[in-house]
Design a protein around this ligand. Structure first.
Ligand code: SF4
Length: 236
């Protein structure tokens, strides 16, 4: 059985293989490999990769072929996430929309453009310096919320990404992201603005940028949340 928090880095190779098969259920495509060098110019493997640790590239190729839930039937692209694989700051949304499904990149539509502004103009990071991902990696049809069974199949990928990236702070964008990452049933309006804990990583739940496009007055709340994050990261 998968253990809480997937402490992959402390496991022996045989233990790790069984854990990963449990998380992904895709033993036929999963290789538990030692360090896999990336092609020159395609970023770098994580410094913590080594014997018995699934590489970033293997995670990517596993995801690209994933057919664990029904969302694979309607997707155009799996949206792995993008940014710095060593980022100190990570953003997590709900799932890809139409633009993201088409491009294979997270947060590129109108809400994504607002998120980019929040990151670059507000927080003074380049978008490429943070890592942006979603709870599910394939688009739910008609932008519906992902179903619980879809999240259950997919969230192991996100947890493994977090294991690799080891961010100092995660910002959860919207109720779905906060609910599934933190296993919290608390309303986002009550949760936002208060740091939570995810295996020792500080998590700030806040409103989703798509919600802000419809509710301009909530932007000031989000800015307060992001300022609290910047303080933790020494940016203020
Ligand atoms: S949403 Fe996740 S679990 Fe479902 S097919 Fe896509 S990558 Fe696999």
């Amino acid at each position: 059985m998968a253990t809480k928090g997937y402490p992959l880095y402390n496991m022996k190779k045989s233990q790790l293989r069984s854990e990963l098969i449990d998380i992904y259920g895709v033993s036929e495509v999963l290789k538990v490999d030692a360090h896999v060098p990336l092609p020159v110019g395609v970023g770098s493997a994580h410094p913590n990769e080594g014997e018995g640790v699934i590489s970033w590239d293997t995670l990517k190729s596993t995801l690209a072929e994933c057919r664990k839930c029904r969302l694979c039937e309607t997707r155009q692209n799996v949206v792995f996430g993008e940014g710095d694989p060593h980022a100190e700051l990570m953003f997590i949304g709900e799932g890809p929309g139409a633009d993201e499904d088409k491009s294979g990149r997270p947060f590129v539509g109108r809400a994504g453009q607002l998120l980019t502004k929040m990151i670059e103009a507000g927080m003074q990071y380049k978008r490429s310096e943070v890592f942006i991902a979603n709870i599910v990696k394939c688009r739910p049809p008609d932008n519906r919320e992902p179903f619980k069974d879809e999240v259950a199949e997919c969230i192991g990928y996100l947890r493994t990404q977090i294991e690799h990236i080891k961010p100092k702070v995660i910002v959860c964008l919207g109720a779905t992201a906060a609910e599934h990452l933190l296993n919290s049933g608390i309303k986002i309006s009550n949760l936002r603005g208060k740091f939570q804990d995810y295996n020792g990583v500080k998590v700030m739940p806040t409103y989703h940028p798509a919600y802000l496009l419809r509710n301009e007055s909530k932007k000031k709340d989000v800015w307060e949340d992001l300022k609290a994050v910047m303080k933790v990261l020494g940016k203020m």
